[in-house]
Design a protein around this ligand. Structure first.
Ligand code: HPA
Length: 296
């Protein structure tokens, strides 16, 4: 019934298949966690994965080789899973993601999150490029996501719920972990690169917004707008993972500055910010992983 209404939905078996494939490739035995921390890298932010690969012995798995894994067609997204280390800390990095606007269902967009959960990940860092709405935000800023507004009109959990993956109904009052945000603030301050904070509104895309839509989002309390993240956050919370969200503000949202928006500008600014962004992640990740050490 649900399949007829909504198209094929992610099954626990598909998620397990993908996770088993990855564990085999990485030679991780006995269902041990592959990593406790994972990062999904947004448009133009892939340089962090590059740096991890240069600094540690890492392995790379193209998404198209992983069973059931969706692959992106968007420029600026590399479509590879990277397994590397920051010091002693293993990390799983997703270089690129798929979006709802590519035609994938919300359920498929969140599939990689379910796979990360099956691989033992407890904290996921979701990053994205976003347009700045809040007056306190400038192009080039990094913004910690305090909360989100899901304006995609969609949800990855539509359809029957599999209790092995999470509960039917669950709380979203702290979708973005307060303690992870405090940790990120602390690291950023020590690096003398303080972060901004705000509310992210997730839209469907692929077109950028109209100035009237941006005015509406501002009235609703949004500080930044983008076409990803919210569906992944919902799925991560369903699976009981902690989420840290970081937006790289690549442009003023529509109508808030002169000129028109384009994807090239978005990736160029994200690339410029990527060093600061990398430093931040190199600081944060070992500290998060430290929290799970007793659970090895
Ligand atoms: N709107 C939506 N998505 C975006 C934007 C924007 O202004 N900038 C980067 N991603």
């Amino acid at each position: 019934m649900a399949e007829q209404l909504l198209g094929k939905t992610t099954s626990f078996e598909q998620v397990s298949n993908a996770a088993d494939f990855i564990r085999n490739r990485l030679k991780i035995k006995d269902n041990a966690p592959a990593a406790r921390v994972s990062v999904i890298l947004g448009s133009g932010l892939g340089a962090f994965a590059q740096e991890v690969m240069e600094k540690s012995k890492s392995q790379l798995i193209p998404y198209h080789e992983i069973p059931h894994f969706p692959t992106s067609s968007i420029e600026g997204h590399n479509s590879c899973l990277v397994y590397g280390f920051i010091g002693e800390t293993p990390v799983l990095l997703m270089q690129g993601r798929v979006h709802r606007y590519e035609g994938y269902s919300a359920n498929k967009v969140a599939f990689p999150i379910c796979v990360l959960q099956a691989l033992g990940v407890k904290s996921v860092i979701l990053t994205n490029a976003a347009g700045a709405i809040g007056d306190h935000l400038d192009v080039g800023d990094l913004m910690l996501i305090k909360d989100h507004i899901n304006m995609t009109g969609d949800n990855p959990l539509l359809g029957p719920n599999d209790l092995r993956m999470g509960p039917r109904f669950f709380d979203m009052s702290e979708a973005y972990s307060k303690s992870l945000r405090e940790l990120a603030e602390k690291v950023a301050t020590s690096q003398k690169a303080p972060l901004k904070e705000g509310i992210y509104v997730g839209v469907l895309g692929p077109c950028y917004e109209t100035p009237a839509e941006i005015r509406m989002f501002k009235t609703m309390g949004a500080d930044a707008v983008g076409m990803s993240t919210v569906l992944e956050t919902i799925s991560a919370r369903h699976g009981g993972m902690d989420v840290l969200g970081i937006s790289c503000l690549t442009n003023k949202a529509a109508g808030l500055s002169q000129g028109s928006l384009n994807h090239q500008e978005v990736t160029e600014i994200a690339t410029k910010v990527s060093k600061r962004f990398s430093n931040l992640l190199f600081g944060i990740i070992p500290e998060i992983a430290h929290r799970y050490e007793h659970q090895k």
